[in-house]
Design a protein around this ligand. Sequence first.
Ligand code: C2E
Ligand code: MG
Ligand code: MG
Ligand code: MG
Length: 280
Amino acid sequence: WAKTAGKGRWALFDSERNERELTRYALSSAMPDALDRGEFCLDYQPLVSLSDGSLLGVEALVRWRHPKLGVLRPDRFIGLAEETGMIVRLGGWVLAEACRQARRWIDLSPQAPFVSVNLAVRQVRGPGLVDEVTTILERYSLPPDRLQLEITESAMMNSADESVHNLRSLADLGVRIAIDDFGTGYSNLAYLRSLPVCELKVAGSFVEGLRAPAADPASITDERILATLVSLAHTLDLTVTAEGVETAAQADRLRAIGCDAAQGWHFGQPNPASHVDALL
Ligand code: C2E
Ligand code: MG
Ligand code: MG
Ligand code: MG
């Protein structure tokens, strides 16, 4: 009986796995045409100053409006795009589209936010990145400090010399460089000091601890870790943005420890560009 049950289970796992593989395959092979057909779009999520509540920037987050599967979040396809190399073309589109919007916002308002764009490892390492960014900034006459590039901590730590060279050239242009999901990898602040970074985005997992009642011991520990991180970052002239801020209480505690900016549902969901127009 056990054996049969075991066999049955294997059969189930196999077919589930096959289906997953098929979907992965179907998604990766559909991506190039999907990009040409305009199925990808960007949502923008506010980055807000904790000291005065002003809108500092917006992060561009890619979505795929798949004709059959509905709107797909990046976790479903960014990894695939990295594997196939498609990320270079997709990432190029994201960069151009975000800069086009940033230009529109400058034309709409003197308080226009900067746009923050996520870069995949392949893009940061690629030989074409600096030229690509330069060309796009020129195309939209976008001041370089209206563009921020986010690189995850783990990508940064694995980065080869070319990546560091690329980031330096971009920073020299005046583009802002941020470390995304800080705290989830193994980097240290001493190493970061040697990189042309201006901002740390602290991963939501750290901020989560601040949801518990302020008297909770675990929550107090998380708050102390964050406070230490913020003060070290400030010593290195880095600003700190907290990700995943979902409640007013979290925002208050982050403000109290001197965190500079925040992003999360409490301040705004990712939304189409027209929502940013309305904010301005
Ligand atoms: P990320 O850069 O850390 O982006 C923040 C993610 O947290 C977004 O998920 C956002 O919707 C979500 N989020 C925002 N506020 C809250 C909150 O208060 N609570 C919680 N629980 N989550 C919140 P999303 O849009 O699904 O993006 C996931 C990841 O996909 C991003 O993480 C980023 O690493 C990657 N990604 C998105 N767009 C691009 C892109 O254009 N290129 C590349 N290479 N990666 C991208
Ligand atoms: Mg990001
Ligand atoms: Mg992040
Ligand atoms: Mg992330």
